[in-house]
Design a binder for this molecule. Structure first.
Ligand code: MV4
Length: 501
């Protein structure tokens, strides 16, 4: 096993990785920018290397400086975390060339999966269902027009180099196709330096369910089941859970999606941790969407339900060890929910709210896990993603996990900055969320729900009494709160083209 590992990341995920290194008696090397001199990950690591100014382009994205730090500190391996360089094939290749183990898949696998059409090709070749669409991208709309002539509307245009919603356009009718194609292509060119666009049939109100997989260097593959990630806002996941309520209701789905995910991974000769994303339609048909070649933000819900440490598995596989268990040994117990805690103000259009954390009270108690990258007295820098922490809970049932999450959210109190815990309280009161009837548009629907009419003096006591009788107290409270969020969210939407609705 490695004796020393460098973490090419910051914040809560760097802290998460350091914790496992500590348990495995592996020395940790943090890297930090000017803005992160006093950050928790630097304090927790055994050693630390300054890698440049606050701008990530001058620090966390600098392959040369990170490799210099690894050599200087004698690190034998680098864990990239998520974001930053984690899915840059050239970073994995540079590590390989420097004789430093990259804790993740090969640079070729990262490059292959970075092309959405190449990933689709691999899935198709492996016999995994994909959404009907074109096999390759183009800068010329002729190919996608031919597709719509055969398959009709609605469709979705996607950037070949895309991800996270950039370079995507939903198109409802022939008249909009040409302009949408040009928009998607130029947006993709600006964002990824590649304006190639392909087309898929649009799946209406899908669920987003992903499968965690692992492959080792001995040819063993296992899947660790699914995560339900349908609750998103503007292509950012905000709440994730395991099991998916859909899989809980139709358990054969886990086996079928797990097997499909492993077929795609094996076809790509995939090594280490990966996530295969699927869209699931109203008839429970699932379609391969893309494969993420990194440890994901939401990995804790899988850890809570399977009892495994995914970072430990990554380290063991990168060190050449075989997976320490077989597929039949994997068990899923109870239910886990995770909320992403952001320094942002839900009452003010979810604007980032960086600043000094004056006071901080952290949730704890039975079944509560807090993966946090902050401490009281620290100043949240404005240069980076404002994710402060992930609050995850485990309980015997989904119902209990949600109750436990609401209890833990209530215990999470900060002053000096705004956090989004109140928004989760509202979300976790919504009848559709409680019923597990999730889809990727649900959060936006909640946020744009019409504002309840203001109470008027003319309302009679009798009418009030009847209304109170008809609608439960929690329902009222949640509607009022949702209306507040809806109002602020509409401000943000002004002047912006809504991507998919
Ligand atoms: C889709 C889709 C419907 N049909 N593809 C959005 C992010 C990107 N990874 C893929 N996305 C979608 N692709 C087809 N053919 C709907 C979405 C989508 C979505 C997917 C996952 C999670 C949230 C989403 C929010 C809106 C749209």
């Amino acid at each position: 096993m490695f004796r020393k590992v460098l973490i090419a990341n910051r914040g809560e995920i760097a802290v998460r990785i350091i914790r496992t290194l500590c348990e495995m008696n592996i020395a940790s090397v943090a890297v930090y920018s000017d803005a992160d001199r006093r950050s928790l990950h630097v304090r927790m690591a055994d050693e630390a290397a300054h890698i440049g100014p606050s701008a990530s382009s001058e620090s966390y994205l600098r392959i040369d400086r990170i490799l210099d730090a690894a050599r200087k500190h004698g690190a034998e391996a680098i864990h990239p975390g998520y974001g930053f360089l984690s899915e840059r094939a050239e970073f994995a290749a540079a590590c390989e060339a420097a004789g430093i183990a990259f804790i993740g898949p090969s640079s070729e696998a990262i490059r292959a999966m970075g092309s959405k059409t190449e990933a689709r090709r691999i899935a198709v070749a492996a016999g995994v269902p994909v959404v009907p669409g074109t096999a390759s991208g183009s800068k010329d709309p002729a190919g996608v027009r031919r597709f719509t002539e055969e398959h009709g509307y609605p469709v979705i245009l996607k950037a070949v180099a895309g991800g996270g919603g950039k370079g995507m356009r939903r198109v409802e009718r022939e008249g909009d196709l040409e302009a949408a194609f040009r928009d998607a292509s130029s947006e993709a060119e600006r964002a990824f330096g590649n304006g190639d666009v392909y087309i898929e049939k649009f799946i209406v109100d899908p669920r987003h369910i992903e499968i965690q997989i692992f492959g080792d260097s001995h040819g063993n593959y296992v899947h660790l089941g699914e995560r339900e990630c349908s609750l998103q806002r503007r292509h950012q996941k905000i709440l994730e859970e395991c099991p998916s309520p859909l899989v809980a209701a139709f358990p054969d789905l886990r086996e079928r999606m797990g097997t499909a995910a492993l077929k795609a991974a094996a076809a790509a000769g995939y090594l280490n941790a990966g996530t295969v994303e699927f869209l699931v339609d109203g008839e429970r048909n699932f379609y391969f969407l893309e494969m993420n070649t990194r440890l994901q933000v939401e990995h804790p819900v899988t850890e809570l339900v399977t009892g495994l440490d995914l970072v430990r598995l990554q380290l063991e596989i990168a060190a050449g060890l075989p997976l320490p268990f077989r597929q039949r040994d994997v068990e899923w117990r109870g239910a886990a929910v995770e909320c992403r805690i952001y320094a942002e103000d839900p009452d003010n259009q979810f604007f980032p709210s960086p600043g000094k954390i004056e006071t901080l009270e952290r949730p704890a108690g039975p079944g509560v896990r807090l993966d946090s990258g902050v401490y009281q007295g620290w100043t949240v820098p404005l240069e980076y993603d404002p994710l402060l922490a992930k609050l995850a809970v485990w309980a015997g049932s989904r119902e209990h996990a949600i109750a436990r999450m609401r209890r833990a959210l209530g215990e999470y109190i900060v002053s000096g900055i705004k956090i989004n815990t109140g928004f989760f309280q509202v979300l976790l009161e919504d009848p559709r969320v409680l019923a597990g009837a999730l889809h990727t548009g649900l959060v936006d629907e909640l946020l744009t729900a019409p504002k309840a009419p203001a109470p008027s003096g003319a309302v009679t006591a009798a009418a009030l009494a009847a209304a109170v009788h008809a609608i439960s107290r929690t329902d009222n409270a949640s509607k009022a709160a949702v209306a507040t969020f809806a109002q602020s969210s509409r401000w943000r939407d002004e002047g912006r083209e809504s991507l998919l609705r």
